[in-house]
Design a protein around this ligand. Structure first.
Ligand code: KG4
Ligand code: ZN
Length: 349
């Protein structure tokens, strides 16, 4: 079944994307899978900062407070009413159950009340589809990612390499065996007394540091396409403990820079190796950690391999990526029933 058979080129489909899997309440209107008519994100970062991480119950209650305002704003910014929406795509999982339920129920309420199709979208798939979208007023839209492609997904909860031969088809080559890359950033930030979320804090501390100051281990797990970051995290902890025990100052910037360099080194080298091995045409790098400047520089400057990395605002959680993935489901004729349940753990392939 090809996409062209389902959606005629002259047809316009507008999808409302809703995302509440973690600590961002987000909604967006996407036209034909790529053009962002609006994208609204209400972040809870300031609320969770004092806990040093996401407090699940607080997150879901905050989603309840903001979800309808966020959706309303997304429609307003798109200059559309709910009646102009062809389908509602909502994150079904993976994520925090209590948070997912809020977005799911908001989507169901709108779908039922306005007789609009409902489509549950995998959050990880959403991250991959963030590589497809661009602001609707872009004069020259960026080229569409071409298959077969390799997608490196690096977020707070996941780190995996997926091979895609067509839309919505994922073959997971490998994944982290322990911590996700973003989780390692968050945990190491805590060790270094840097604020949540750890990724941006480590990155700015690292700007002042020497990435070669500490030669941290790189788990290459050769012979597999898997990753592992817990050994690296423990190596940082060991250095911190040793310095603390001997009452010496902690060289935060050097530790942050050396840790960041080790993570980027492994992600970059393994992804490039897989890209060659599986002979893909293009690469997609997506998820919160793809906002990391050193990682972006590696993929954008150290290789001329065709690569799609979303702009910073679309690396972390947003509704546009859910609307984009939702569009392709819509185009292939997928529809979900109104008793659709959330899936807090839901592998992509
Ligand atoms: O994709 P995302 O917003 O949420 C999940 O689906 O998990 O990713 C959040 C993760 C957090 O672990 C955060 O520390 C990390 O992305 N992150 C970064 C950067 N910005 C966000 N990691 C490294 N460098 C960054 N600049
Ligand atoms: Zn995410």
């Amino acid at each position: 079944m090809t996409l062209r058979k389902i959606v005629q080129p002259q047809q316009t489909a507008r999808i409302l994307g809703i995302e509440t899997s973690c600590d961002e309440t987000a909604a967006s209107v996407i036209e034909n899978g790529r053009a962002i008519l609006s994208s609204v994100v209400a972040t809870q970062i300031e609320i969770h900062k004092k806990y040093g991480g996401v407090f699940p119950e607080v997150a879901s209650r905050q989603h309840i407070r903001t979800i309808y305002a966020v959706i309303e704003q997304a429609l307003q910014q798109a200059h559309l009413g709910i009646g102009d929406i062809d389908a509602i795509a909502v994150t079904r999982g993976p994520g925090l159950a209590g948070s997912l339920v809020v977005g799911m129920n908001a989507a169901k309420g709108l779908a039922l009340g306005h007789d609009i199709p409902l489509i549950g979208v995998n959050h990880l798939e959403g991250h991959i589809y963030s590589a497809w979208v661009y602001p609707a007023d872009t004069i020259e839209p960026p080229p569409e990612p071409q298959f077969p492609l390799l997608a490196l997904l690096v977020s707070g909860g996941h780190t995996e390499l997926n091979l895609m031969h067509d839309h919505l088809q994922y073959k997971r080559l490998g994944a982290t065996l322990d911590d996700a890359a973003g989780e390692a950033f968050d945990k190491v930030a805590r060790m270094l007394d840097l604020s949540y979320p750890g990724g941006p804090s480590i990155q700015s501390a690292a700007d002042e540091g020497d990435p070669t100051a500490f030669n941290f281990p790189r788990s290459r797990l050769d012979g597999t396409w898997d990753f592992s970051f817990s050994g690296l995290k423990t190596a940082v902890l060991r250095v911190v403990r040793k310095l603390e025990d001997s009452h010496r100052p902690i060289p935060v910037a050097n530790l942050a820079a050396s840790f960041q360099a080790a993570v980027v080194d492994v992600l970059f080298s393994k992804t490039m190796k897989a890209a060659k091995e599986f002979d893909v045409k293009e690469l997609v790098v997506a998820g919160g950690v793809s906002a990391n400047r050193v990682l972006r520089d590696a993929f954008l400057k150290q290789t001329d391999f065709p690569i799609h990395i979303p702009p910073l605002s679309l690396c972390t959680d947003n509704g546009a990526m859910i609307g984009a993935a939702g569009y392709y489901h819509f185009a292939f004729g997928h529809r979900d029933p109104l008793n659709l349940d959330v899936l807090p753990t839901w592998p992509l392939s």
